[in-house]
Design a protein around this ligand. Sequence first.
Ligand code: NAP
Ligand code: MG
Length: 477
Amino acid sequence: MKYKNFIANKWVDALSGQYVKVIDPSTGQPYAEIARSSAADIDAAVQAAQGASVGAWGKMAPAARSRLLLRLSQALLDQQETLAQIESRDTGKPIKQARSDAAAVARYFEFYAGAVDKLHGTTIPYPHDYTVLTVREPHGVTGHIIPWNYPLQIFGRSVGAALATGNACVVKPAEDACLSILKVAEIAVEVGLPEGTLNICTGLGSEAGAALSAHPGIAHISFTGSPQTGKQVAQAAADHFAPVTLELGGKSPQIVFSDADIDAAVPVLLNAIIQNAGQTCSAGSRLLVQRAIYTDLMGRLAEQFKATRTGAAADDPDCGPLINARQLERVKAFLQEADEAGISVVAQGQLDINAPKGGYYQPPVLLGDVPPSHRLAQEEIFGPVLAAIPFDTEEEALSIANSTPFGLVAGVWTQDGARQLRFARKVRSGQVFINNYGAGGGVELPFGGTGQSGYGREKGFEALYGFTVLKTIAIKH
Ligand code: NAP
Ligand code: MG
């Protein structure tokens, strides 16, 4: 099967005529091909989006835009199983997780559809012979660079908010997983999205992604991925003064105090690192445990890790394969380093005997007593590897929690109300969860980082501000 680019509601070959192979991470085997876009394809997509931005899409009344996005949301929900099957095979995520991602993309469009006609400006008190007001206007054409870990969800959160605010979009999904996003485009045409409103160019980051970042017609870019690539995207965008939203992952800590409800914490701690095989920007990849309960908690967690089953996505294991051979090598290299540093493997999950030989499997690993300054406790591994670190005092926990260059998500487990708030205020993080983690992914909750985790906010009502430009109009009468 060969997949083409989606420009101005038509499926078109990349101008190069070239394709890139699509690999199934569960087997390591190619099963499809996607168009290999270059700067010329991106340019065609930007032109189509510019047409929509001043044309049918840009002129559409907010209520009509809202209804259209709501229709898209319903159509996505109707196709949930199809989208989930595509996503699961393409990314290697267990089918149950893919189903929830497919439900989430529909929910993003539902949430933002509801916000379209509720985002308004203000009037500002000023001397009596003036009337001053603010209006929120779309940027025009927005660029969206999507990673392979949650294609549907990250597409929904960024394109949903961008379309709701009246922008037209050019999307560059990751070469490793873009098929679900192409399916969404097909559904968008069926519900009547005007030509040029949504455009998708597949291919390589160094070609299509770089061309998108550098295109002067792109007025805003949202990027999710690694800090290295994020920096390049922001530098390219700076050449034409386009603002950028960067969501760059993290090394998110879960801090468990000795008064915590351990029974409630254990399954959440496990899930936060094995979900999507640890390839989650907000993975809870550092576990800080107060020393009085360290042995007990690690013992219970070890049982859970050992009981996990890693296998092919379609078999709905606890942990699927990693995305590609490079990612598997990267994770294995981190584990090799742990071994050389004498860091102990407290527990490891099992590989399903039926897991296909060529798949990129790494069963979950629990590492104990990791020195807080070691690379394993500082860098984003992006695999199912949890680094546990004991601590004595609240002060020490805070200092370790804030010791990485990241700040995306933190989980705090304690019954002490004053400590909950004290810690939440002091921990460097875009989101803090008390006695839970991730709050079910909530579309409503503003999300984003600080430091090397990036800047700008996606999700929630907050995202709508980032996708608009505020204009102040002062009238003297
Ligand atoms: P990446 O390079 O940051 O890729 C993210 C997105 O950027 C993909 O769509 C990619 O396209 C695109 N891209 C790559 N080079 C580009 C360039 N020069 N200009 C514009 N866009 C470009 O990440 P990766 O190589 O896939 O993974 C490496 C590491 O990044 C992972 O191990 C993980 O630590 C981190 N990561 C984090 C997240 C997150 O959610 N925070 C997601 C993915 C990866 P192609 O994939 O087609 O090249
Ligand atoms: Mg793939």
